[in-house]
Design a protein. Structure first.
Length: 309
């Protein structure tokens, strides 16, 4: 199956089937359910850059920036997650101290677009970044600040370039992991030295898939890549939100972008256990093995038929 996903040529229909099947099994190692304690709500924030939204408010007092927290990797019920966008918003608002979140469903921008609409309907205290997690032949790729879908099963370099052209930011999620569809070290280094390098790397992912490669990823980034580091929960259920996070000076998306530029982001969080994964395995398997793959296959067939007309 690895050869089918990473080889130079693969039948597109077999590749699509192989990809969704592998992703379904891998999702078991990327979901969990752990009780979380409510965080301390913060005040409203200033509006961020284009494609990010928030309500009025001030950023810090007397020019001082507090340390903010962002969770830039989570999934909704429109993808293979279990919570609706509205449920995620309510959880983030009342049960976490996150200042910025990103919606990043697999190969599906619908959740991110719904989040952009919902954030305008009332005064939420956090900001939202639209995104998606793209399935490439060499592994998953996080695309932030984008508002469109990208084709599945293209090469990593093709996908990264497409996100660049769309004005987005590319992050390597759960890299080097052998428990899920991840970018391996050879491809990571090749892309890093290309015309379209990564903007950052997820050095903390609380799932078991992230845990098995955590030490090597940290070492590789410290000694070779020197990329801004990110932590993301990869949440497929509300109780996972915030288990992985990115700390940065300030509280707004503008502050986060500056921290990425200055390479002052810090990845943090707490690892899940196999028991945590098991608590959510059954409902997540239904979403990841039946519901969302069916939608993606129908979408792919529809697109192919339109191309032939």
């Amino acid at each position: 199956m690895t050869q089918a996903l990473t080889g130079r040529y693969v039948n597109p229909w077999f590749a699509l089937y192989a990809s969704v099947t592998y992703n379904c099994l891998a999702s078991l190692f990327q979901s969990g359910c752990v009780a979380r304690q409510p965080g301390n709500p913060t005040t409203s924030r200033n509006t961020g850059p284009i494609m990010t939204h928030n309500q009025n408010g001030s950023n810090g007092e007397q020019g001082k920036l507090r340390i903010g927290k962002a969770d830039l990797h989570m999934h909704t019920a429109l993808g293979d997650g279990l919570a609706s966008v509205k449920q995620i918003f309510e959880y983030v608002e009342h049960r976490t101290d996150l200042d910025v979140i990103a919606i990043t469903d697999h190969d599906d921008i619908r959740g991110a677009m719904e989040a952009l609409e919902l954030i305008e309907q009332r005064k939420w205290r956090f900001q939202v970044i639209p995104g998606t997690e793209i399935t490439t032949r060499q592994g998953h790729l996080l695309a932030l600040f984008v508002t469109r879908d990208f084709p599945m099963l293209k090469t990593l370099d093709w996908s990264v370039q497409a996100v660049y052209e769309a004005g987005g930011m590319v992050i390597a999620p759960h890299p080097l992991s052998w428990l899920t569809t991840s970018i391996r070290e050879k491809q990571l280094l090749a892309q890093h030295s290309s015309r379209f390098p990564f903007h950052g790397i997820e050095t903390f992912n609380p799932s078991y898939a992230g845990r098995v490669a955590h030490t090597r990823v940290k070492e590789l980034n410290k000694t070779v890549l020197h990329l801004p580091e990110f932590g993301g929960s990869d949440a497929h259920a509300n109780s996972m939100i915030g288990m992985g996070y990115t700390s940065f000076p300030g509280t707004t998306v503008d502050d986060l972008l500056q921290a990425i530029k200055d390479k002052t982001t810090v990845a943090g969080g707490e690892f899940m256990t196999l028991g945590d994964h098991g608590k959510i395995a059954a409902p997540n398997m239904w979403k990841s093995m039946i519901v969302h793959p069916t939608y993606k296959i129908k979408r792919a067939v529809t697109r192919r038929l339109k191309e032939r007309k």
